[in-house]
Every structure is written in C-alpha cells, then in structure tokens.
Design a protein around this ligand. Sequence first.
Ligand code: C6P
Length: 407
Amino acid sequence: MSWDIDSIRRDFPVLSQTVRGKPLVYFDSAASAQKPRQVVEAVDAYYTTYYANIHRGVHELSMRATDAYEAARKRIAKAIHAADPREVIFVRGATEAINLVASSWGRGHLSKGDEILISMMEHHANIVSWQLIAEQTGAVVKAIPMGEEGVLDMDAFDRLLSDRTKILAIGHISNALGTVHPVRAMVDKAHARGIPVLVDGAQAVPHMPINVQELGCDFYVFSGHKVFGPTGVGVLYGRGEVLESMPPYQGGGEMIRSVSIEKTTFRDIPERFEAGTPHIAGAIGLAASFDYLEGLGWDNIHAWEASLLAYATERMEEIPSVRIMGPKDNKASVISFVMEDVHPHDIATVLDAEGIAIRGGHHCAQPLMRALGVSSTARVSLAPYNTKEEVDTLIKTLQKIHTMFAE
Ligand code: C6P
C-alpha cells in the first residue's frame, strides 16, 4: 500500500511538539481529530482572500464565498453519496443535527404512546434529544439492550420494533467501545414496517466511506471536527422527500421566501434548515477534509488503522490488570479499557504526564457504562497519523501504572 506515515504526520503540524517535556502522543481522535494543514489552508484562504457573507451580496467577494460554500455542499454530498446536494444541511455538529430531526420531524409525527427506538449504547446526543421531544409529545423512548458485552441484542431489537415504533435512531459506531452496529440490516427491518431511521455517524465517517443510499437510512448525521475538519460545523443528511415534509427548526434570515408580520413562507431545502449566517469557513474546511481523507485512500486508512488496532490490542492484553471492554471483532479504532484498582481518570492523568492524550470518563454514554457495570473507562482512539512506536510508548506507561497501582 502507498502509505508514507512521515509525510502524513508532517501534514499535522500539531503532532510535532512536546507536551510535558515528552513528544506528544495523541490518542484522543474519537473526541476530536487533529487538523491537516490542507484543511487549515482552505480555511485560511477564505479568511484572507475572499471573506464575505454568503447568499446576500451581489459583490465579487460574496459571490466567491457563496460559490465556495455551495461547492462544499456538493463535495460532501459526493463523499457520502447523497442523491442530491440539497439533502446536505450544514449544522453545528452531530448534536445539533439530531436535535433538529427530533424537534422538527418529531413535532409533526409523534404523539402520546408513540415509541422512539434507540439503543443502550448511544451517545447522550442520541438519547437526550429524543427524551426532550418525547416529553413534549407524550411519546416514549425505548432502548435496545446490549446482548453480549458491547454488542446489541438483535433478538430484542426484533421484539421492540412494533406498530407503535415511529422512528429508529441508532449509532453507526459506538464512541465508547468502537462496536460497528449492523445498521444496514436494522434499516431494512425498520423500513419493512415503514419506520424511518436516523443513523448517528459521528464515529463512522472518520473511518470508512459512507454511502447513505446504500445504507438506505432517512437521516445520517456527523460532526466536522471528528473528520479532521473544523469545530462548529457538521452535517445532517436527510432524504429529500423526508426533509421537504419537515417544518423549519429555527427561524431567521436566509430561510424565508417572504415575511410579513402576519405570516412567513419558507424556502425549500436546504435553506429552510439553515437560518442565519452559517459556519462558512467550517463548511469550506470540511470539504477540504474529505479531499484529504480520500487522497489518503479509504483502503489505506482502513489497513493502517486495523493493523494499529490489532497491535495495540495484543500489547495491552499482555498487561495483567488491563481489561478491554467490548467486542473483539467488527470494531473501529477504539480501545476502551479498565485497570484493576486504578480509576480511569488516574490512568489518563499518569499518561498525560508522559505526553500521551487519551480520554477517561463515561464518554457521554452513561446508560452503556451502567450496562457494562462500570462508571467510566479509559479510551485510546486511533487515527491515520498514529504509529506503532506511539503504541509502544503507551504500553510502557501502562506497564508502569500496572506496577504502581495494581501489583
Ligand atoms: N463524542 C467522544 O469523545 P458533537 O459533540 O455534536 O460533535 O458530537 C456528539 C456525538 C454524537 N454521537 C457520537 C457517536 C459521538 O461520539 C459524539 C461525540 C465525543 O466520544 C465527545 S463526547
């Protein structure tokens, strides 16, 4: 495979620094990925050479900015294989995208006794947004339980799907464990009963090519900052006819056709859902991040991350007090673990003193933590810029922690 790790690492200037006197080892990409200079340069070019607001001006800079923003929409539609760029709505991130659907779709479709089906393994964004609309409409949130550790109970899923189910909202990949859920099969089963499906792809988009038409889902959401793009921008993909049937989420400039004090009429998608000045630089940067990832090649990314994951897992299993949570197979680049007699925050703190960044906590997945019987875990998450040498550095410090606390 054509993979020049030194050259890839040079694309990420932030990586070549010392932290606490040690070379930085960044293993927290599931929380937020570092940015390649190609993304930074695309944002920089907008701010330094054609900065203006979009859609409003007839002047040159505004037209250039509008073209770049709409080109970004097209670029992202192509990356996720949306049938039409109008199906790509720019939002603040996965959280806002789910809230948009829960609020706008939910208000029109949910009433007392209806069921919203999620899973025990969701990120809070895909739980709380639904609880809020359930409270307003009288609907009920039900959750697919975990079967084996870290894997959804598909028999229970079959049992939970019923005539009362009005929407299925499911993660593509668990942020806390890396489990890849069988979303295609779940979409088919839901659709067989006429139930629409939202897929939370926040942890999938950085690791695999997404084809929303093949998945068949009605909504797909993700955040730019986890895909090597800017913070504050993300995408709600929605099937055109579903989005067109939904009322606005927020009111304001750019989403209207005409306004009088008595009545307002709204524009079509995507503008109907993009009230106010959007994150123009964010959209431009996000398009550049897909250029970057596709330039590396998805097969190459997968091969590199899979070999790092296998190596790190094998080395971590050598440490007696380490217990890796979740499935062994069919998982993305996340290793969630606990160590006997050591709190995950202490693991993260000791690693930080060695310049190694990981996340320790409940990962905004408290129902999942409860189902696993822990309050938190330590989480190592891998990205294309990580190396085996960095894994070795991690292992050395984990061994030290084992000796310090657990022996
Ligand atoms: N997970 C993590 O460390 P926002 O905050 O809107 O960009 O993304 C929310 C979100 C939604 N769904 C999933 C599956 C996620 O993983 C996240 C963010 C981060 O795991 C921060 S808690």
